[in-house]
Design a protein around this ligand. Structure first.
Ligand code: NFK
Ligand code: ZN
Ligand code: ZN
Length: 207
């Protein structure tokens, strides 16, 4: 069996979340001494914490919820590329990358250096890149960032353009130790019926 590489952000009570959003918390609703039998955990979190997927409902009232998403998107061949962080990620940054036959593209920017804290600013994905990637048949994009748009964006142009073109969004992956190349991605959302996204345990399997 080939090695699994965990590309998920660990979730503990210090994990950095969106400013003002529900902080992550794990606690025991009952402990073994209290219940006489078991520890029973409880988590409270925003869906957009750590490594997660966005459903279109996150930015469109009429958009698909998590349960409506095609699971096939979240399992299968993926290409990891490195695009060192600048202001934005555009067509120029990928024009030397072979994208032929790539349906899942994972981008390491390295821009989220201190994962203990929420970043002050991040590179954004230029909407034109979504059009370019769609031409190659890309169906899922993953980034090592908390969003594909600027942190203070209200219009969310990249989220909308990616979705319009059928490209699904995976955010907050951890690619620090991952070499560029081809892998199998597994990053399945939970079967949350009404949700606007889902935390995922994202892993890469070496081919
Ligand atoms: N679009 C971001 C989340 C986001 O924008 C957000 C998450 C929690 C609280 C506020 C947010 N955006 C607000 O202005 C994401 O997809 O993770
Ligand atoms: Zn999100
Ligand atoms: Zn998002």
């Amino acid at each position: 069996m080939k090695r699994l590489i965990d590309i998920s952000q660990r979730l503990d009570n210090h994990v950095a979340g969106w400013p003002g959003d529900t902080p992550f918390s794990f606690s025991l609703a009952w402990n073994q001494a209290q219940s006489g039998s078991v520890n029973v955990g409880k988590i409270v979190m925003s869906i957009h914490t750590g490594t997660h997927i966005d459903a279109p409902f996150h930015f469109d009232d009429e958009g698909k919820r998590v349960i409506d998403l095609d699971l096939e998107l979240y399992v299968g061949p993926a290409r990891v590329i490195h695009i060192p962080a600048t202001n934005s990620i555009g067509i120029d940054d990928v024009k030397n990358v072979n994208l032929e036959g790539v349906s899942r593209l994972l981008i390491r920017t390295g821009a989220w250096v201190n994962r203990q804290a929420f970043p002050q600013s991040i590179p954004f994905l230029e909407p034109e890149l979504a059009v370019y990637l769609a031409q190659f048949g890309v169906r899922l994009i993953g980034l090592d960032l908390p969003s594909v748009d600027l942190l203070d964006s209200k219009e969310l142009p990249a989220h909308h353009e990616l979705t319009r073109l059928g490209i699904h969004i995976l955010e907050g992956i951890v690619l620090e130790d991952v070499q560029p190349g081809d892998y199998e991605l597994i990053a399945l959302p939970l079967p949350l019926v009404e949700a606007d996204g889902s935390p995922v345990r994202a892993v890469l399997r070496e081919l």
